[in-house]
Design a protein around this ligand. Structure first.
Ligand code: BGC
Length: 743
């Protein structure tokens, strides 16, 4: 009986295969594939359908509460659609074998993982990478991540994370691209292109998953998993575009967010998952929940129990349940009770099977299980060299009084002091995928290998990152006295940012400010190297006469890439993509704020009834787009020319210092009068250019009127004629400007 059934299915599949192939424009799915999928759906039991919609974790790398599930038995019963946190060829192959050799319908599983900033070769955290403003390099980092991950059995990444965030207390800002929607959208698309390449069926590309849909970055108070309550207009204008950019770049999947939108958790939000995503945007990939986010709706208070939550999610248009087991446990009953239609379930199954088809898993379920690739295409010298380059590009020089950096050739003894000076574990940041902390190059190691025997290198920890113990100060000070240059490695531990790592105060933790003050008092040149996963309120540190290099968490090659900058082999070019506040009271603080009806004018500092703080200036400590170089750039001759629907902007940028350098030339606009008020500045373009010392380059931007468009109360996006200001500059606060009119 069983054999008869199998041959019937195979017949159907064969018939389907002979159907004329014809591209339907669905990411490589042809009509024969669709016929195959329909044939399968027809033959699936309800349990098997629920199984396809179920994603379990293999038990490695726990990223949330675990459920005790005998997933291996379930795989053999055809009740698991995909696994995550399972990688390496033999391990994956065995699970895939269970699915395609032991389950009734032999449907291959999809294998997912949080490949967030590299797989084995770990790159700087995404927030750091975004500070490179180098879209090609960011794309390349994901290309390498995909090469490595697919060499170890994976074909799906839970990345990119594209949540726009304006609150650095939220630990997950580390995973994103900062506060700007426009830049964030460009980076989002670059990441998707990097992961997916031009052919998802190729064995070294993987499916991207845009997350967390939607507006997870607006969690109240910066507290992770907290409520989101933003206006519809803000949602469209600021939060949604990066997800849309991912889909436009072809992202094959999208992940629901933990938060609610307008009172309805994303995972049950039919407006979001169906009306907007499918109907308005025409998304043709599949929707996966975040980790147990169906079950969490019971806590949110919009579902009575897990079964009720499953009903809400599937009816909203959510295709796959990550870790919650709610579809597996309740869809069969819900269908029987007519609370969920078979059509709704079939639709979801269709999207999941299509994704597997797009990845070529039906042609060869083991296509990502290639031992020789695993041995030869992971952590190659080229990949590591690229990682080192990206570290240097991601760092941002915040302060450099008296050109403390680069370290002068004359320096003979360097003291590296501070809790992060030789801390391998912290270099990976919060998401490390399959990266091994043991393989990370620390600051001490990087400096040692660059300085060689010419320089004597001393090291003392001085204090811990996060406690009140000052007993190490004395030894650190003693060591400092012996040196003619001090590198002070301060910041957060890797675990202090990322998921479930919100902080209410975001200054340097512990006694690190005290250590910095003690070092500054020695009168020796001090360069602070910061490691952290979010903007910090480093007003105290910043008031000292020290250089400050923000390095985030650089990953595998952290120490080498930082050493390249410290010794001046490379010139810093990174620019902040997220504002550094002076203190937590300024949060949320972001460059593209509104002017208000009572704007504060610093020239009139005594004014009372204006929008300001009594105890702190409105300006941030370091603004969006900010970052110094070892050379200096000046801006002149900003000109605008309107020609029909084109707006041409040119500006001359000169390198006025004494070394060659790269500058991120930034273009902002302000729409002076809008029927919906407009921000004081909006980024509309940038160019990262190499300018030789003494050289002047003319930088041209061409905008169109479409670039001036914004959302209106009817949620339509269009531009309004009138007067605009164009600003060009080295950061969002220091700009020159010119006006133009568009009619
Ligand atoms: C995170 C996601 C992640 C998932 C799987 C969740 O807790 O929010 O970003 O992809 O876990 O690890």
């Amino acid at each position: 009986m069983r054999n008869l059934k199998i041959s019937a299915i195979l017949m159907l599949l064969l018939i389907a295969e002979t159907v004329q192939s014809q591209n339907t424009g669905e990411g490589g799915i042809v009509s024969a594939d669709n016929a195959k999928i329909e044939a399968l759906i027809k033959n699936m039991t309800v349990d098997e359908k629920a199984g396809q919609l179920t994603l379990f974790m293999s038990g490695w790398d726990v990223t949330g509460p675990t459920l005790s599930t005998n997933y291996q038995k379930l795989i053999k019963e055809g009740k698991v659609g995909g696994l995550f946190n399972a990688y390496t060829v033999d391990y994956v192959r065995e699970f895939q074998r269970m699915a395609v050799e032991e389950s009734r319908l032999k449907i291959p599983m999809i294998f997912g993982y949080d490949v967030i900033h590299g797989h084995r070769t770990i790159f700087p955290i995404p927030l750091g990478q975004s500070c490179s403003w180098n879209l090609a390099a960011i794309e390349q980092s994901e290309r390498i991540a995909a090469q490595e991950a697919t060499a170890e059995g994976l074909n799906w990444t839970f990345s990119p994370m594209v949540d726009v965030a304006r609150d650095p207390r939220w630990g997950r800002v580390a995973e994103g691209s900062g506060e700007d929607t426009w830049l964030g959208s460009k980076i989002a698309a670059a990441r998707v292109r990097g992961f997916q390449g031009t052919d998802l069926k190729s064995n070294n590309t993987m499916m991207a998953c845009a997350k967390h849909f939607a507006a997870y970055g607006a969690a109240q108070g910066g507290r992770d998993y907290h409520t989101v309550d933003v206006s519809e207009l803000s949602l469209y204008e600021w939060y949604l575009p990066p997800y849309k950019a991912c889909l436009d770049a072809g992202a094959g999947s999208i992940m629901t967010s933990f938060n609610e939108i307008a009172g309805v958790p994303s995972t049950a939000n039919k407006w979001l998952m169906t009306d907007l995503l499918r109907n308005d945007w025409g998304f043709n990939g599949f929707v996966v929940t975040d980790y147990t986010s169906i079950n969490e709706m019971v806590n949110h208070g919009n579902a009575e129990n897990n079964k009720d939550a499953a009903r809400l999610a599937i009816n909203a248009g959510v295709d796959m349940d990550m870790m919650g087991s709610t579809y597996l446990d309740y869809l069969p009953e819900l269908i029987k009770e007519k609370k969920v239609s078979m059509d709704a379930v079939d639709n979801a199954v269709r999207w999941v099977l299509k994704a597997k088809m797009k990845l070529g898993l039906f042609d060869d379920p083991y296509r990502y299980c290639n031992k020789s690739r695993q041995e030869n295409e992971v952590m190659t010298p080229d990949q590591l060299a690229f990682a080192r380059k990206l570290v240097a590009e991601s760092c941002v020089l915040l302060k450099n009084p008296g050109q403390i950096l680069p370290i002068p050739e004359t320096v003979k003894t360097i003291a590296i002091i501070g809790p992060l000076g030789d801390s391998k574990k912290d270099m990976l940041g919060n998401w490390s995928a399959a990266g091994k902390w043991e393989q990370c190059v620390t600051l001490l190691e990087g400096v040692k290998s660059r300085a060689g025997s010419r320089v004597e290198l001393l090291y003392e920890k001085g204090c811990n990152t996060n406690d009140g113990d000052k007993r190490g100060f004395e030894a650190a000070l003693k060591l400092a006295q012996k040196a003619d240059f001090i590198i002070l490695a301060l910041g957060e531990n890797g675990w202090m940012s990322g998921e479930a790592a919100s902080r209410s105060t975001i200054d340097l933790p512990g006694v690190q400010n005290d250590l910095a003050e003690a070092m500054a008092k020695t009168g020796k040149p001090v360069a602070v190297v910061l490691f952290n996963g979010r903007p910090l309120t480093i007003s105290r540190l910043s008031s000292l006469n020290v250089a400050i290099l923000e390095t985030w968490f650089g990953g595998t090659q952290a120490g080498n890439g930082i050493a390249d900058l410290l010794f001046g082999d490379k010139n810093p070019s990174g620019k902040l993509t997220m504002t550094f506040p002076r203190n937590e009271g300024q949060i949320p603080i972001f460059y593209n704020a509104k002017n208000t009806g009572r704007p504060y004018n610093p020239a009139d500092s005594g004014a009372k009834y204006v929008s300001r703080y009594l105890d702190c200036s409105n300006d941030p400590l370091y603004p969006f787009g900010y970052g110094l170089s070892y050379t200096t750039f000046t801006y002149a001759n900003l000109e605008t020319r309107v020609d029909g629907d084109k707006i041409n902007v040119t500006v001359q940028v000169s390198n006025t210092g004494n070394r060659d350098g790269e500058e991120v030339v930034q273009l902002y606009i302000r729409d002076k009068v809008g029927s919906v008020t407009r921000p004081v500045k909006e980024l509309k373009g940038f160019q990262k250019v190499n300018i030789k010392k003494g050289e002047t380059k003319s930088i041209a931007f061409s905008l169109t009127t479409a670039d001036l468009a914004f959302y209106h109360p009817d949620l339509k996006k269009y531009w309004e004629p009138g007067e605009f200001t164009a600003f060009a500059g080295t950061n969002s606060a220091e700009t020159i400007s010119a006006t133009f009119k568009v009619n």
